[in-house]
Design a binder for this molecule. Structure first.
Ligand SMILES: Cc1cc2nc3c(=O)[nH]c(=O)nc-3n(C[C@H](O)[C@H](O)[C@H](O)COP(=O)(O)OP(=O)(O)OC[C@H]3O[C@@H](n4cnc5c(N)ncnc54)[C@H](O)[C@@H]3O)c2cc1C
Length: 381
């Protein structure tokens, strides 16, 4: 029984996307992993085919789809076993800020490009000394006539190199209360004073261009403030729920894929006596236990997606899903690597990349410790 209400149109969309991934993404993944970045052209191809921001209304160039279209893109991208083409981050984390909080002029200016792939987006919250505790961010935005002057630095920003538009969280140094000091600003590529720093070399997420960003007397028009001044925290809190859900979907999809490869491997790879290693009880037990967990995760997640789409308050469950699904992928990938033994350690085995990529997931989009803290808080402890 399916929990999610996929229509024929959704199934058709997935079929088209699978075909696109098979011809225009998967054959290039190894090259992108080596390059540590994906080319801008693949973003535009995704846009041309309607695979970016599918939920954006037609008046802004979108196809007026729903969150299930986004779920399909997240799942099918996870099945390409790479993370560089981070469409879920762009479509379902960053662009929703513009759709919800930008004024009409800003929406007209940016949304069509976000849909077409001409504008790749990033969101810059984290700083060298402000990760989990965003209240301690130090990047400032000060008014000067018709302009705002940004100063500070951000780090670990996904799409940091490829981005054409960055949503930057910065504070007004004149406001003492950090929760009322932060606002969100739209900073375009090429703005004087906005520079990219190091393209970070990470243990996983190789094809994802994660970078430092620097703002040095970076002047933007006052009209690039997004939403109300001082409401940055409120906007972040409102949108972080979907970011956590999207990360949970990525973790779950990765766990399913890695388990699929491993089950198949154990059925066909033989031991010293010539029988498939899956004939050993210890191997069977491991696969049965992992399959049970994956099925539990899928049921929990699909119900949560339905509730999220219905606009229910699922802040506790979303925090639980982010930590549980990403922890699941971490645990499971470790066991699956063991079951592949020496082959699992080679780049010929897809589990090797899956293993290092899922290792990153418990850390971003709010660490899993922070997820438990949020759930605990909303449970009234
Ligand atoms: C690949 C990647 C991509 C990223 N992309 C982006 C992006 O696009 N935009 C962006 O803004 N950021 C991005 N980040 C940054 C990410 O959001 C931060 O890494 C994350 O918020 C944690 O912050 P931190 O690394 O500074 O850890 P810290 O906050 O320094 O935490 C260190 C450890 O202490 C624990 N800890 C901290 N506070 C508490 C607490 N109150 N209770 C319990 N434990 C606590 C944490 O769980 C962690 O284990 C990315 C990170 C990575 C790795």
């Amino acid at each position: 029984m399916q929990i999610l209400n996929y229509t024929d149109a959704h199934h058709e969309y997935r079929k088209r996307l699978k075909n696109f991934m098979a011809t225009e993404v998967t054959p290039y993944v190894d090259e992108w992993e080596k390059d540590r970045i994906v080319p801008k052209s693949i973003w535009r191809r995704m846009g041309e085919e309607g695979f970016l921001c599918p939920w954006v209304p037609t008046e802004y160039g979108g196809m007026g789809g729903d969150f299930l279209h986004s779920v399909i893109v997240s799942e099918e991208l996870a099945r390409t076993n790479h993370t560089g083409l981070s469409a879920p981050l762009h479509s379902d984390v960053v662009v929703p800020y513009i759709a919800s909080f930008a004024n009409e002029e800003q929406k007209q200016k940016y949304l069509p490009g976000c849909v077409s792939g001409d504008i790749v987006t990033a969101v810059a919250m984290t700083e060298p000394d402000a990760g989990s505790d965003l209240a301690s961010l130090t990047t400032t935005a000060e008014e000067d006539g018709d302009e705002l002057v940004l100063n500070g630095s951000k780090t670990f920003i996904s799409n940091g190199i490829n981005s054409d538009l960055v949503i930057v969280a910065a504070k007004d140094p004149a406001v003492d209360n950090p929760y009322q000091a932060v606002s969100l600003y739209l900073v375009e590529d090429g703005t004087p004073g906005f520079k990219r720093g190091r393209h970070l070399d990470k243990m996983g997420f190789w094809s994802q261009d994660t970078a430092e960003l620097f703002f040095t007397n970076c002047r933007i028009p006052k009209t690039n403030l997004m939403g109300e001044k001082g409401q940055g925290f409120y906007m972040l809190m409102q949108k972080l729920q979907q970011e956590r859900l999207v990360t949970a979907i990525g973790g779950q999809a990765a766990a399913e894929l890695i388990l699929e490869w491993t089950t198949d491997y154990c059925r066909h790879h033989t031991d010293a006596s010539g029988k498939p290693i899956a004939k050993n009880q210890a191997v069977q037990f491991a696969i049965v236990e992992m399959t049970t967990e994956v099925k539990l995760g899928r049921t929990f997640l699909d119900k949560l997606i339905t509730e999220h789409m219905a606009g229910e308050n699922v802040v506790i469950e979303t925090s639980m899903a982010k930590y549980w699904c990403t922890d699941l992928s971490k645990r499971l990938s470790q066991k699956c690597l063991d079951l592949h033994a020496d082959f699992g350690l080679t780049e010929d085995c897809p589990v090797a990349r899956g293993f290092r990529d899922v290792r990153v997931m418990p850390i971003f989009a709010g660490t899993n410790e922070i997820m438990k803290q949020i759930a605990g808080k909303f449970m009234g402890f």
